[in-house]
Design a protein. Structure first.
Ligand SMILES: NC(=O)c1ccc[n+]([C@@H]2O[C@H](COP(=O)([O-])OP(=O)(O)OC[C@H]3O[C@@H](n4cnc5c(N)ncnc54)[C@H](OP(=O)(O)O)[C@@H]3O)[C@@H](O)[C@H]2O)c1
Length: 352
C-alpha cells in the first residue's frame, strides 16, 4: 500500500488489502476510516473484512500530525521534508471489537485476586497488608507483590512474617516485599509501626483493613464472653469504623471501603477450637479458595471505577448493602467516639 511503502512499512496482511478505488485514512483521534473515490463515500468498516480499526502507537520519529484548511488531517515527515494525507501508523492498527453491552458483572465470587490484577503493573505503589503472614492476608500480599507493588507485611510475629516473605520471594525473586512488626492488640506497637512506616518516607495508596450493636457489650466480662458473638460484633465494628474513617478522611483524599472475603474459608481462623476446625474441614469443598477470598480486597484497592469512592461494603467484588445497623451513621460516630475515649490514657495511646 502506498502509505505504508511511503513510510517504509509494507503491509503484509493480504486479507486487509483494499479493493481498487478505496483508500484508508485516519481521524484526529486515531480511528481508521475508508474512502471510496469512485463512489465518493466514506465508511468505518473495512470494505472486505467489515472490521473497524484503530491506530496503535505513536508516529515514527520526525513525523508530525497537522490539519489543513479543510479540517483534514495530514502528516509531515520533517526528516525527508515531505507531506502526505496517509497516516504512517496505518501499519500498526488494531481491531476494534465493540463489546456487546452486558448485564453480567465482571467479577464474582469465583474470581481470584490474581485474575483481578492480570495485566496490571503496580510498580511505584506501596501496599500495607495486616495479618499478611497467613490466610487471606497472605494471598492479598502475594498477589500485590507479584504485580510489582512494594508490599509491607505488617505482622505481630516476625518469624512467621519472614517465612511469608520468603514464600513470596520463592515465587518471584524480584518481588519487593518486607516485613514490619505490628501487633494490632497493642497500642504501643501500633504507634511504633506508624513511626517506623513514616520514617521510611514512602506513601501508601492502599491499606488492607459485620443485630444491633450494644456498646456496653463490646468488652464483656469473662463470664459473659462468647467468642462467636464477640467475633460477629467485631465484624460489625469493622464496617462502622470503615464508614466513619471514610467520612472523616475522604475530604483529604483518603478513602475506605469494608469487604467481606467469603464464608468459612480454610485459613488459620479455626485454630482456636477443634469444633471450628471440624466445621471448617467439612465446609472446605464448598467454600472459596484463599485466592478467591483475597479477590474482593484486591478489587476494592485497584478498581479504577472505585477511584476516590468509599464508605461502601463489598462482597464477592460486588457492592452490597450491609445490615441496617452497619449502615447507621449514629453508630459509626458513636463507635469512633468510644474508640477515642478508650485510647485516652491507655498505655501507648494518645495522652489525655
Ligand atoms: N476465613 C474465613 O472464612 C473468613 C470469613 C469472613 C471474614 N474473615 C476475616 O478475614 C480476615 C483474615 O482472616 P483469615 O481467614 O485469613 O485468618 P488467619 O489465617 O487466621 O489470618 C489472620 C491473620 O491476622 C493476624 N493477626 C491476628 N491478631 C493480630 C494482631 N493482634 N496483630 C497483628 N496481626 C494479627 C494473624 O497473625 P498470627 O499468625 O500472628 O496469628 C494472621 O496473620 C479476618 O479479619 C477474618 O475475620 C475470614
Amino acid at each position: 500500500m502506498a502509505a505504508l511503502r511511503y513510510a517504509g512499512l509494507d503491509d503484509t496482511d493480504s486479507e486487509d488489502e483494499l479493493p481498487p478505488g478505496w483508500e484508508q485514512r485516519t481521524t484526529k483521534d486515531g480511528w481508521v476510516y475508508y474512502a471510496n473515490h469512485t463512489e465518493e463515500k466514506t465508511q468505518w468498516e473495512h470494505p472486505k473484512t467489515g472490521k473497524r480499526k484503530r491506530i496503535a502507537g505513536d508516529l515514527p520519529y520526525g513525523w508530525e500530525q497537522e490539519t489543513d484548511e479543510n479540517g483534514q488531517v495530514f502528516f509531515v515527515d520533517h526528516i525527508n521534508k515531505r507531506t502526505t494525507y496517509l497516516d504512517p501508523r496505518l501499519a500498526f492498527t488494531v481491531d476494534d471489537n465493540p463489546t456487546k453491552p452486558t448485564t453480567r458483572q465482571r467479577y464474582d465470587g469465583s474470581t481470584t485476586a490474581m485474575e483481578i490484577l492480570q495485566g496490571r503493573d503496580l510498580s511505584g505503589k506501596v501496599v500495607v497488608v495486616t495479618g499478611a503472614n497467613s490466610g487471606i492476608g497472605f494471598e492479598t500480599a502475594k498477589s500485590f507483590a507479584l504485580h510489582g507493588a512494594h508490599v509491607i507485611l505488617a505482622c505481630r510475629n516476625m518469624a512467621r512474617a519472614s517465612e511469608a516473605v520468603s514464600r513470596i520471594l520463592g515465587e518471584w525473586h524480584k518481588a519487593k516485599v518486607e516485613a514490619m512488626t505490628l501487633d494490632l492488640a497493642l497500642l504501643r506497637s501500633v504507634q511504633h509501626f506508624a513511626q517506623a512506616f513514616k520514617a521510611k518516607n514512602v506513601f501508601t495508596d492502599i491499606n488492607d483493613s459485620s443485630g444491633k450493636l450494644d456498646f456496653s457489650r463490646l468488652s464483656p466480662s469473662k463470664s459473659d464472653y462468647w467468642a462467636m458473638l464477640a467475633y460477629n460484633r467485631s465484624k460489625l465494628c469493622n464496617i462502622l469504623f470503615s464508614n466513619e474513617l471514610h467520612r472523616r478522611l475522604s475530604p483529604r483524599g483518603v478513602t475506605s471501603n469494608a469487604v467481606h472475603p467469603g464464608n468459612m474459608m480454610y485459613s488459620a481462623l479455626h485454630r482456636g477450637w477443634w469444633v471450628y476446625t471440624l466445621l471448617f474441614t467439612l465446609a472446605r469443598p464448598f467454600t472459596k479458595s484463599m485466592q478467591q477470598g483475597a479477590a474482593t480486597t484486591v478489587y476494592c484497592a485497584v478498581a479504577p471505577e472505585l477511584e476516590g469512592l468509599g464508605g461502601m461494603y463489598f462482597n464477592s467484588c460486588c457492592r452490597c448493602l450491609p445490615s441496617a445497623e452497619a449502615q447507621s451513621e449514629d453508630s459509626a460516630r458513636a463507635l469512633w467516639a468510644l474508640s477515642e475515649r478508650l485510647l485516652q490514657g491507655a498505655p501507648g495511646g494518645p495522652p489525655s
